[in-house]
Design a protein around this ligand. Structure first.
Ligand SMILES: Cc1cc2nc3c(=O)[nH]c(=O)nc-3n(C[C@H](O)[C@H](O)[C@H](O)COP(=O)(O)O)c2cc1C
Length: 412
């Protein structure tokens, strides 16, 4: 089967990975409504081209936090990626380096911060932070990330507790992995994956293990991370604590509400990632792309707004940019590539999405990302169900009196 698009990579990943690993990557929380909502809302959003414009050169690059990104996306943090391939974090960082886009390393990664840097010395690396009960752990991660030349810190705020991932529960999936006859059979049917795992060893949360400096990590904290029981005393005021540790860009990932976006600005965040964690946390959460316009309005250009959730095509990325995102994060898409072909597979997905983004922009008549805007989005198609039943055909007005777009109203 030719691998022409992200969906092809997903289908191949499903074949080459044990079902339990594929489901860990692919799945969402509870009934997976949020997971589907992300896709439905993106798909329901048409783009309107502007024709007869000179598109002889199209540049999909952006500038953010003093860096040039070759494409308007970064690779999102993925915990436990080592289950897909040994050293997946380092391989992904290398793929991002080759594609000249940033890579965000998860706190729940399986490769040491320093080793990721050594594997991708020229990459733009960001560190994602989970804050667990023992704050000293987070402090140590932040210090190590800074020493290794990571450029931004991304505090994930949508995991006070792990979402209920029922696919994982059905497989009896847990870390450390407990082998049951079912999982042994599942793995035995994927010998190439199994052989790699046997060579690379079971993934561990390397960045939470005792470090060279001898600072111990308590069993309690390891257990907390495994069950993703985070520090629930973390509040907006805690940003001040992080600020003291980190003088680079500090982003907050996992916001979906306008008021939270304003709080992030007030508390000194340098950027926001609108995200529902790829539908893996609150299943009743809105599609990220549906939450995006109101947040862009609320932030009003004071800090960059990024978004993630459901990006599978270049046109999806362009839609997010047209709605005001400065860039997007790619979660599962490059992981499917990693499953199919390691570093080269992930890079192939990133290149594919570059090409699709460029082609979409060319078809829209946009030669630069900054030319994308609401005029490229077919707003009347987002009439709410009541409007569709014969009411007004005008886009909804928000509290600022500006037209606003809520795809979820069309797709809920
Ligand atoms: C397998 C998997 C593991 C993830 N681990 C983390 C993580 O450790 N930290 C984090 O902030 N987000 C994590 N996420 C969420 C992603 O960073 C991102 O928000 C989400 O995947 C975007 O949606 P998409 O997969 O539809 O692109 C994870 C997502 C997946 C699929």
């Amino acid at each position: 089967m030719a691998l022409l698009n992200v969906d092809d990579y997903r289908r191949r990943a499903r074949r080459v990975l044990p079902r339990l690993v594929f489901d860990y990557v692919d799945g969402g929380a509870e009934d997976e409504r949020c997971l589907r909502r992300n896709r439905d809302a993106i798909e329901a959003l048409p783009l309107v081209p502007e024709c007869l414009r000179d598109t002889s050169t199209v540049d999909i690059g952006i500038e953010l936090f003093g860096r040039h990104w070759r494409a308007p996306f970064a690779v999102a943090p993925i915990g436990l990626a080592g289950l897909v391939r040994p050293r997946a974090d380092a391989l992904m960082a290398r793929a991002a380096q080759a594609a000249r886009v940033p890579f965000i390393l998860s706190t729940a990664s399986n490769t040491r911060i320093e080793d990721v840097r050594a594997a991708a010395p020229d990459a733009t690396l960001w560190m994602q932070l989970y804050v667990m009960g023992e704050r000293a752990i987070a402090e140590r991660i932040v210090r190590r990330a800074r020493a290794a030349g990571f450029e931004a810190l991304v505090l994930t705020v949508d995991v006070p507790v792990s979402g209920l991932r029922e696919r994982d529960l059905r497989h009896g999936f847990r870390v450390p992995m407990r082998l049951t006859p079912g999982t042994v059979f599942d793995m035995a049917r994927h010998p190439a994956w199994l052989l790699r795992l046997a060579r690379g060893g079971m993934p561990r949360f390397e960045n939470l293990l005792p470090d060279d400096d001898g600072a111990p990590v308590s069993a309690q904290t390891q257990a907390a991370l495994l069950s993703r029981t985070m520090d629930r005393t973390l509040t907006w005021d805690s940003l001040g604590w992080l600020r003291k540790l980190w003088d680079g860009p500090l982003l907050v990932k996992g916001l979906l509400g306008e008021e939270d976006a304003r709080r992030a600005v007030r508390h000194g965040a340098d950027g926001i990632v609108v995200s529902n964690h790829g539908g893996r946390q609150l299943d009743a959460a809105p599609a990220s792309i549906a939450a995006l316009p109101a947040i862009v309005d609320a932030v009003n250009g004071r800090i960059p707004v990024l978004m993630d959730g459901g990006m599978r095509r270049g046109s999806d990325i362009v839609k997010a940019l047209a709605l005001g995102a400065r860039g997007v994060l790619l979660g599962r898409a490059p992981v499917y590539g990693m499953a199919c072909g390691g570093e080269q597979g992930a890079l192939a997905v990133l290149r594919l999405l570059c090409e699709e983004t460029e082609r979409t922009m060319t078809l829209l008549g946009a030669t630069q990302v900054r030319e994308l805007g609401l005029h490229h989005v077919d707003r009347p198609s987002f009439r709410s169900p009541t409007e569709q039943e014969g009411g007004s055909t005008h886009p909804k007005e928000n509290t600022h009196g500006k037209p606003s777009i809520y795809p979820m109203q069309a797709t809920a």
